[in-house]
Write a protein that binds this ligand. Structure first.
Ligand code: ADP
Ligand code: ASP
Ligand code: MG
Length: 403
């Protein structure tokens, strides 16, 4: 008998019919002799709606209360799915993140899991039940409800699969797997039957939201067999595998874009040791995740530093830096929300020169200006204007012949 963790995203449980379809699939998996642990997201756009409601009610959202609010969406899905399973004669019990033993630190809105005390889940399994766990949430070491960051129901599923030693973790979503680009933007993108962890981590980090970044990290570190697949067609999806199992190493595997970042520029910074350290310490102390960083060549010992942060962290980042302007010798800090990042990713890039040139030529032919550039061994990213990014993705997908 295998143990399978099945996670269903927002669209997959978007209405009553979808919840019944999911229940039917869980029941079939159960009846074919498997133990099943289910993790669910909030229905449809519930999380976005709750966040919007919060901003309508108040411009001040204490993080503890934000988490109490947004974690409620997942709770609705668990109870409804258990009811749908009951109608099919499948015994199931719903669990909040806290009840499932997901213990986190106290960093509200993007808490990290520090421990999983899965006793109630294993007890439910031993009693022949299907535990249905609310994704995206836990309980802090201070006993408050926390959430794990947007898209983190994937993380709940993979972390439970790791701790329970599951035979597979299946991430069900509204596309049939991981594609060579977001299929909503590039209709002729192709589904990858396998993708290496190395590439998946880069795709997730570059903004391809089909699988949340930390879930991919945990799956790799704990050797969780992981598959992304569709809850609409139920066809085989994309396996995330060790590098040597991923068949051939394509030069470029995927083109990924991200419109969730903003650029911050600190102008007139002194070009001397310790200044950048102080600047980025002030951001780290506020839990702001900095992505790309560029420091311009200095003139007369004065330079500009630009970096990208999640748009949701702009206010915190600007406030953090503003408090240190005098100390940095800087003159001003500005933010730009109109940017986007486009990245090309491929393990074969390590041994094939010319990818950067092709990328820059393709963007040039489209008349798209590049603002910042960053790279890893298997990724090249350019910051462009947001209004250009979809055109950039389509042009690069064509240029690297990924259709
Ligand atoms: P869920 O609610 O199921 O977690 P998400 O919206 O988080 O679903 O992720 C699925 C979406 O990710 C797809 O609908 C698709 O638009 C988007 N996406 C972005 N990049 C890719 C990609 N490379 N392959 C597949 N889907 C992608
Ligand atoms: N409902 C949460 C979100 O929208 C978590 C998730 O869907 O994974 O971010
Ligand atoms: Mg998701």
């Amino acid at each position: 008998m295998a143990l399978v963790v099945q996670k269903f995203g927002g669209t997959s449980v978007g209405d009553a019919d979808r919840i019944r379809a999911v229940a039917d699939h869980v029941a079939r998996t159960r009846r074919s002799g498997n133990d099943v642990v289910v993790v669910v997201s909030a229905m449809g756009k519930t999380t976005d709606d709750l966040i919007r409601l919060a901003t309508e009610v108040s411009s001040v959202q204490p993080p503890r209360e934000y988490d109490m609010l947004v974690s409620s969406g997942e709770r609705i899905s668990t109870a409804l799915l258990c009811m749908a399973l009951a109608e099919l004669g499948v015994a199931a019990s719903s669990f909040t993140g806290s009840q499932a033993g997901i213990v986190t630190d106290t960093d509200h809105t993007k808490a990290k899991i520090v421990d999983i005390r899965a006793g109630r889940i294993t007890e439910a399994l031993e009693a022949g039940k299907v535990p249905v766990v609310a994704g995206f949430q836990g309980v802090s070491t201070e006993r408050d409800v926390t959430t794990l960051g947007r898209g983190a129901s994937d993380l709940t599923a993979v972390a439970l699969a790791a701790v329970l030693g599951a035979d597979a973790c299946e991430i069900y979503t509204d596309v049939t797997g991981v594609f060579s680009a977001d299929p909503r933007i590039v209709p002729d993108a192709h589904k990858l039957s396998r993708v290496s962890f190395e590439e998946m981590l880069e795709i997730a980090a570059a903004g391809g939201r089909v699988l949340q970044l930390r879930s991919a990290e945990i799956a790799r570190n704990h050797h969780v067999p992981l598959q992304v697949r569709s809850s609409f067609t139920w066809e085989p999806g994309t396996w995330i595998v060790e590098e040597d199992e991923a068949m051939e190493q394509a030069v470029v595997t995927a083109v990924v874009h991200d419109i969730s970042q903003a650029k911050i520029t600190v102008a007139g910074v002194q070009d001397k040791p310790g200044v950048a350290a102080r600047l980025f310490r002030s951001l780290a102390d506020r839990s702001v995740n900095v992505d790309d960083i560029v420091q311009n060549a200095s003139a007369h010992g004065i330079t500009d530093i630009s970096f990208t942060v999640p748009r949701t962290d702009i206010a915190t980042a600007v406030e953090g830096v503003s408090g240190h302007l005098a100390e940095l010798g800087a003159t001003q800090v500005t933010s730009d929300q109109g940017i986007a990042k486009v990245s090309v990713i491929g393990a074969g890039m390590k041994s094939h020169p010319g990818v950067t040139a092709t990328m820059f030529e393709t963007l040039a032919e489209e008349g798209i200006n590049i603002d910042l550039i960053s790279t890893s061994t298997i990724r090249i990213s350019c910051i462009v204007r947001e209004e250009d990014v979809e055109r950039a993705v389509r042009a690069l997908h064509r240029a690297f012949e990924l259709a």
